[in-house]
Design a protein around this ligand. Sequence first.
Ligand SMILES: Nc1ncnc2c1ncn2[C@@H]1O[C@H](COP(=O)(O)OP(=O)(O)O)[C@@H](O)[C@H]1O
Ligand SMILES: [Mg+2]
Length: 373
Amino acid sequence: MAFHGRKQKTRKGKCLDCDKAVGWERRHGVFHLVEKDGGALHIPCAKCGVSSVDCKGFHPDMPKVEMPEPIPEPDEVDVETPDEADLWSAVNAITRAVTGMGTRVGELESRPIPEPKAQTIEIRGLPVPPETPEDASDLAHEGMPELLQCLTRDLPVFVHGEAGTGKSHAGRAAAKAMGLEYRECIMGPSDPASKLLGLRMIDGTIVKTQVREAWEHGGVLLFDEVCASNPSVLTVLNNAIESGRLDFPDGPIMRHKDCRMMLADNTDGERVSAHYPTRRVLDPAFLSRFYRFEWVRDEALETAVATSRAAGDDEALATCLEFYRRVRAREWPVPVSVRSLYKSCVMLAHSDFSFEKVRRACYPSRIIEGMAS
Ligand SMILES: Nc1ncnc2c1ncn2[C@@H]1O[C@H](COP(=O)(O)OP(=O)(O)O)[C@@H](O)[C@H]1O
Ligand SMILES: [Mg+2]
């Protein structure tokens, strides 16, 4: 401001350029610099930039209070429309970028995959996988006639016996012999009842189980490892065996006339065994519903299973059988099964490993240590 003085109180002041006395006057409520005593005022007017001598400081359009410009509403904002040339150059730039990316992906895809650095393992004479006993057909077990008598007479049956004696296999073989589907439910200590009955999903879909398939459409239904099962799940079966009815999530279903029930376990449900510590005794009311018998160890069957796994390597077979028979001749605190025998046959016949190494991997360590002493 080119004016000295106390605006509101005095009418006197000095020009900052020439030091001449100047005055002011009030027009339209605003104070303006004016010429004093006829002298020139060199300071340009702060409003119009013209010497106060000429403009006399009078600006009739000057607002008393300068209000800020109103902010325009969004739809009133004047958006500058890009012209067509700009748009096309943007489109071209994007197209070039996308094409470049496609080329790069193609390059990466066609890049040769480096060879793995792992060492090559030579496998001695393993042209075909060893024939499994299932492929070799179902060898006759002495318990088979009794099992088939029960199942064909629609008697629920419970077979128990040492591990590896062929109980689970017997269920599959019986179904085959009777021309029925084979269904199985492996029981566990924390299984819920839905393991048997299935579920209704949140969208209404019904999840069906193997038990339901057999119950509804027929088949040999094996409940395996039954002495390790959740007791509350067995109570579901208790009533179902008697009444022939199971309550599935979408309603009750009566047992199909060709649904045959079989149970299997290592223990008989009446005694606990130190050999099978995860098993427990079953409720007598449950056990009373079954025809029960032992699935005994069949040495001829064991030899046949081992022979099929040795796949023609007679030397390996003889070594493995000889050791297995020696083990079997003694009482051990841990069970030994035909699985130890046939695993050792497979490895000895199809690898360069020594029998010493193979048997250590296939038998319980307590037996290996006991045999060495
Ligand atoms: N009758 C059979 N014919 C052919 N292989 C059998 C026979 N019984 C058992 N096996 C074989 O012996 C092994 C042990 O049989 P598995 O049924 O699993 O025994 P378990 O259920 O009693 O423990 C399996 O490899 C099985 O295929
Ligand atoms: Mg089994």
